[in-house]
Write a protein that binds this ligand. Structure first.
Ligand code: BGC
Length: 830
């Protein structure tokens, strides 16, 4: 129920006001003040789905494709619907605020969270984000766009000092936030962990009160990233409203002390509390579910499938191998991702999905009469895959003392269906969150006889027993690894010869985070702890490879479906290289060497991978992390249920060393220099005339389009002095329905200072039936002519001639026009 913010504020005690400025200890809520009818508000991850309040034993959820996949649709109206779906998911999970979208810039293919962001291009990123936010907020749910700003790598993310010029900051990294502020005005924003030019953003008054609130006139609730508040006084004075999560580490009684010492004014505390109250007030009008529950409707599945299929990028289709004919007799499905789809990257973006459609299931549905041969060919996991299918009768029991305490009392029992778990937000009555123990027991029934390898990585301590025999000790000696946001150990291995069909008692003795003595520097300590126990049958790589090659030889078509997964792309660490997992390139080349003219390569990854075998491949599909509907989306494209229409939101280099950030990625001596300046992604490849393997904006179709060669330039808008839009005519000249994404690039032939050769400032996706022709209007962004003038500290829209280039990729310009801007203008704001 709504309340009057000013009245409540005037009646609150100082302690009440202070309490509002940090979250509660359960990770996901704001403080309530029952005596004034101020309810708690629930916030929830994450960008591509709504996990709810539980990392452990969570309520299943819809999982949309990852950020880069969403951007690859270039379809703002479709993504507005996806935003509505996220809001509905929030409502059923009892949440008022969606912690998304992520609009950081994947400046390197190696960024651990690149998959979560949209695009290397700030315009595409800002427009896509705005569409999703509008969809979400249309249902009353607030979006917290994140992470403000320059959280573009995971390495030392809380400490790293991003050295970036004001111009690159404005033109590239802040731009998506600026567009979102202009076009969607979400109700909240999350600060980033890192510093920019010497100062943590969360403590930088110029960035928060100055830029966001004063210059842009946008007043979102400013929330810290989780454990991303580092001070009491500076963060309050800078304008950061809500420290998350609780228990507060820098507010509470420290604010009382800061008030007494007059390091913070009472009016500042009032101002921060007013913003939290306004947010709570707005949210209290939205009716959300009292219990956290799932919702999984056919229309949502259909939308999710549509989004997934629309995101798929057909990178190559020589000889028109695709679409595959549905009357094929035998199809070989090869690769690690055939049975086990990668639906999301790792970290706070991951969740427990309602379901996940594998490629195997989808191909079975698409061609029910074909004989299907499945071969793994090469494993692609870094950590052993968690045990799910072969696990039964599994529970986890929780205790306040270790297993050596013979009479210890079991405080809680939770049934589980997987051997991977994270307890960061887990609570049970009587359980000491600071230090507890847990025992997972269950039956493991292998489906093959042979040597089984087990792998155990832990944040905390853990030992694995099979039929009471110790198989892995990850307690007495631990080595730091990258799992669990960088807090975990490396995966310790053990093995045992097992018989198919026989049940073995599995027992995992776990000690929570604080039982480890291992040092984990620089990363967030989420507490609770986590473990990942995996298993796989030991197979000889040569045998696996040979079986795959034989299957490809025998079949009418071979589909090699492989790539990365959350072991390789996750929050908490960056990728060590751009390569596919060891053995996968060899698998692909071997299959291509025997079955080149009938093989399709399907790659799942959030960001580019090295494709050394590309010259031999006839057909390549980039399928990202596709959410619940992954398999369906891929099969829809493979068998031509629809024509692919995705376009790359990232340049795809052939070698990581060609990427403009290559020399300056990762923290060195505590800082990372954004040395490529404004030349991020295609801006660099254009300028250096050094084409990537697949350019930004690239993506093929099963149909063909004819586009008028001249851009018709529309009338000048009084507001911006630029033409408001351009028009081109597009015709589908092929045999099947399809969509073309027309990309409007703006170029300045004679710039006063060095500028990118061209920049994206508009796009439009158009669906056309065979033979259909349409006039397509593309809006020119009002920012199109402006660059950041470092000397004036303002945007400068410079008089002169501008070229308007319409392309079907950044390297394929099909239509041209121009206009003259008669007056130079300096400006600030939105
Ligand atoms: C991530 C945020 C996320 C938060 C809560 C942080 O580690 O950076 O994106 O919303 O955790 O899970």
């Amino acid at each position: 129920m709504a309340f009057d913010v000013e009245t409540v504020l005037s009646q609150l005690t100082e302690q009440d006001k202070i309490a509002l400025l940090s979250g509660t200890s359960d990770f996901w809520h704001t403080h309530s003040i029952p005596s004034h009818q101020v309810p708690p508000i629930r916030l929830t991850d994450g960008p591509n789905g709504i996990r709810g309040t539980k990392f452990f034993a969570g309520v299943p959820a819809a999982c949309l494709p990852c950020g880069t996949a969403l951007a690859a649709t270039w379809d703002a109206p479709l993504l507005e619907k996806a935003g509505v779906l996220l809001a509905k998911e929030c409502i059923s999970k009892g949440a008022h605020c969606w912690l998304g979208p992520t609009v950081n810039i994947p400046r390197s293919p190696l960024g651990g969270r690149g998959f979560e962001s949209f695009s290397e291009d700030p315009h595409l990123s800002g427009i896509i984000a705005s569409a999703m936010i509008r969809g979400c907020e249309s249902k009353g749910i607030v979006s917290a766009v994140k992470h403000f700003v320059c959280n573009d790598q995971e390495h030392e993310r809380r400490a790293v000092d991003v050295l970036v010029t004001p111009r690159a900051l404005r033109e590239i990294y802040l731009k998506p936030f600026q567009i979102v502020a202009r076009d969607a005005r979400p109700g909240a924003l999350m600060t980033s962990y890192n510093k920019i030019n010497g100062k943590h953003v969360v403590e930088d008054e110029k960035m928060l009160n100055g830029l966001l609130r004063t210059e842009w006139g946008w007043d979102p609730l400013i929330i810290s990233d989780w454990y991303g508040t580092y001070s009491t006084v500076d963060s309050l004075n800078a304008g950061m409203d809500l420290e998350m999560p609780g228990v507060s580490r820098y507010r509470g009684r420290y604010i009382e002390s800061a008030l007494q010492a007059r390091l913070v004014k009472a009016s500042t505390v009032d101002e921060r509390a007013r913003r939290v109250l306004s947010f709570v007030n707005r949210m209290s009008e939205v009716s959300v579910s009292n219990v956290e529950k799932g919702r999984d409707y056919p229309e949502d599945r259909a939308l999710n499938r549509d989004v997934c299929a629309s995101s798929i990028v057909l990178l190559k289709n020589d000889g028109g191998l695709l679409p595959l004919k549905k009357d094929a007799q035998t199809i070989a499905l090869i690769g690690s991702h055939v049975m086990a789809p990668s639906i999301s990257g790792g970290g706070s973006a991951s969740l427990r999905p309602y379901y996940a459609v594998s490629l195997y299931e989808a191909v079975r549905e698409a061609v029910p009469n074909a004989k299907i041969i499945c071969e793994t060919g090469a494993y692609s996991h870094k950590m052993m895959p968690v045990i799910e299918r072969l696990l039964s009768n599994a529970v986890i029991n929780f205790y306040n003392s270790p297993v050596s305490d013979v009479g210890r009392e079991c405080l809680h029992t939770e049934p589980v269906s997987t051997t991977g778990f994270q307890f960061m937000d887990f609570r049970a009555p009587g359980l000491n969150r600071e230090c507890f123990w847990a025992t997972l027991v269950g039956d493991f029934t292998p489906d093959a006889t042979g040597i089984w390898d087990f792998g155990l990585s832990v944040f905390g301590t853990a030992n694995l027993y099979l039929d009471d025999e110790l198989v892995i000790d990850n307690t007495s000696h631990q080595t730091k690894g990258t799992s669990f946001f960088g807090k975990g150990t490396v995966e310790e291995r053990g093995s045992k010869t097992l018989e198919s069909g026989r049940s073995y008692k599995i027992r995992l003795e776990f000690g929570s985070a604080n039982t480890t003595t291992m040092k984990t520097v620089g990363m967030v300590n989420f507490g609770g702890g986590a473990a990942n126990l995996g298993a796989s049958l030991r197979l000889t790589p040569d045998d696996m490879l040979n079986s795959a090659v034989n299957a490809a030889t025998e079949a009418d078509y071979a589909i090699v479906c492989t790539g990365l997964n959350p072991d390789w792309e996750s929050e908490g660490f960056d990728r060590a290289s751009m390569d596919l997992p060891p053995g996968v390139d060899k698998l692909i080349s071997s299959v291509l060497s025997v079955a080149k003219d009938k093989t399709v390569i399907v790659n799942h990854s959030g960001t580019p991978v090295t494709m050394s075998w590309e010259p031999q491949a006839q057909a390549i599909i980039q399928a990202w992390y596709g959410g619940n509907e992954t398999g369906h989306g891929v099969a829809d494209v493979l068998f031509g249920n629809l024509s692919p229409s995705g376009k790359l939101p990232l340049s795809w280099p052939s070698d990581v060393r060609h990427n403009p950030s290559y020399l300056n990625f990762g923290s060195v001596g505590g800082r990372v220099l954004y040395g490529e300046d404004v030349y991020v992604g295609y801006r660099f490849y254009d300028k250096t005339r050094c084409p990537p393997l697949f350019p930004f904006g690239h993506g093929l179709s099963y149909t063909t389009f004819e586009i008028s060669p001249t851009v018709e330039v529309g009338p000048v808008s009084h507001h911006t002095s630029l033409p408001a839009a351009v028009r081109v005519y597009v015709k589908n000249t092929g045999d099947v329905p399809g969509a073309e994404v027309l990309q409007l690039y703006v170029a300045v032939p004679q710039p006063a200072i060095g500028r990118p050769d061209k920049e994206l400032h508009g796009f439009q996706k158009t669906f056309l039936q065979p033979g259909e022709e349409r006039a397509v209007d593309i809006t020119i962004d009002a920012y199109a002519t402006s660059f950041w003038d470092d000397i004036e500290d303002k945007w400068k829209s410079e008089a002169g001639e501008y070229e308007l280039l319409v392309g079907v990729s950044s390297r394929e310009i099909v239509s041209k026009g121009s206009f003259i801007l008669s007056q130079t203008r300096y400006w600030q704001g939105l």
